[in-house]
Design a protein around this ligand. Structure first.
Ligand code: HEC
Length: 92
């Protein structure tokens, strides 16, 4: 009886360890984000709490500060914040 439990926990341990390698690859950017442009991420995220600000409204330096701030407020991933920042700066 005890032996059986040990086998089950060992097998379960392997499954958990294996699936964590497959599903929780922390460094990989999920495809859903990787495929999105900065413009899409801006449209989807920046109007959740206030009107999405026009990229023309601020200078590049001001966007550095604002996106740094919204990165935390909007709980964006690093990749999302970088893409949105690039989009904001791409406007003249
Ligand atoms: C979770 C809600 C939330 C989301 C999502 C959000 N903001 Fe904000 N934002 C705020 C709040 C609240 C303020 C008011 C200022 C503060 O918090 O200090 C603000 C202020 C701002 C300001 C004014 C300057 C500043 O830094 O305070 C800018 C510019 C701005 N947001 C841009 C953005 C952009 C771009 C996005 C998309 C990446 C975004 N916000 C997404 C909540 C949000």
């Amino acid at each position: 009886m005890k032996m059986k439990i040990k086998i089950i926990t060992t097998v379960a341990g392997f499954i958990i360890a294996f699936s964590s390698v497959v599903f929780m690859n922390g460094c990989a950017v999920p495809a859903s984000i990787a495929n999105k442009t900065g413009a899409q991420l801006w449209a989807e995220n920046c109007n959740r709490c206030h009107n999405a600000p026009d990229p023309h409204n601020f200078s590049d330096d001001q966007w550095d500060a604002a996106i740094e701030h919204m990165h935390q407020k909007a709980i964006l991933t690093d990749t999302e914040a970088k893409k949105i920042l690039a989009f904001m700066k791409s406007a003249d």
